[in-house]
Ligand binder design. Structure first.
Ligand SMILES: [Zn+2]
Length: 250
């Protein structure tokens, strides 16, 4: 009798645990709404986001936002950096960019290249060296920032840039940040020394983006209506550019 009760208890416990497990897997998979993954929302009206103008962080333009947790961690990084290197610029030059903003960048570059490049696929890959397709940028997530300069030359040749980059590489992981577009990836964007990503949150976004691309890609693809979307190998490009990031950012 005791044995039977014990067996029943084990079975019940097992059922409970597996139910909880599958429930949490399902809720995890749906925890980030699609519009947040693809930047189709207004970060200025979202209570998870904070205006960087209200913080100590130097910015190169007004009206930039980040999610609160990455902003807090970035402030810590900035303060610690400034204690050691008060004369080296640590400036946020880009933070959250929503779909509409990114669409403006895409459209401008598309129009400019249309004069010189005849094939839409080639126009897209030229833009994609440094800019994302609207709906596919990590800047949509509120977890990613560009710091001080968006040219590799600054970080590789300028005295101050070299010091800044060395500090970022050695210290940003302590605050939760990884360099999403590092050297040595197989595809995707060229290396970006300036682009840092808050892993505790961004890793959830990329995981969910990947689940959708693997299981039901049209859910995402049909929301991408930027110029040229119907003239390029869209799904192939989305997979390559969203997923080809530093393994330390997963
Ligand atoms: Zn960036």
């Amino acid at each position: 009798m005791i044995k039977k009760t014990l067996k029943l208890k084990i079975i019940l416990n097992f059922t409970l645990i597996s139910t909880l497990f599958s429930y949490s897997t399902i809720t995890m998979a749906h925890s980030i709404p699609l519009n947040k993954l693809t930047g189709q929302f207004d970060e200025k009206k979202d209570s998870d986001f904070i205006a960087l103008d209200l913080t100590v962080l130097p910015v190169n333009k007004k009206g930039m936002y980040l999610q609160k947790e990455p902003a807090d961690q970035l402030i810590k990084a900035y303060n610690d950096f400034k204690k050691i290197h008060p004369d080296i610029p640590f400036i946020v030059v880009s933070a959250t960019r929503n779909y509409n903003y990114q669409n403006g960048i895409w459209q401008r570059k598309w129009d400019a290249l249309l004069q010189k490049v005849n094939n839409p696929q080639n126009i897209a890959t030229e833009i994609l060296k440094f800019s994302s397709m609207p709906g596919t940028s990590r800047h949509h997530w509120g977890t990613d920032v560009d710091i001080t300069s968006v040219t590799s030359n600054f970080f590789k040749q300028d005295k101050k840039g070299i010091i800044l980059y060395k500090w970022l590489q050695e210290n940003m992981p302590k605050y939760g940040f990884c360099q999403a577009f590092n050297e040595g990836r197989k595809g995707g964007y060229l290396p970006e020394e300036w682009h840092w990503s808050y892993k505790p949150i961004a890793s959830k976004y990329i995981a969910q983006y990947k689940v959708i691309l693997d299981s039901d890609p049209n859910k995402i693809i049909q929301t991408l209506t930027f110029t040229g979307h119907d003239k390029i190998k869209l799904l192939e490009l989305v997979k390559e550019y969203v997923l080809s990031v530093n393994s330390e950012c997963y």
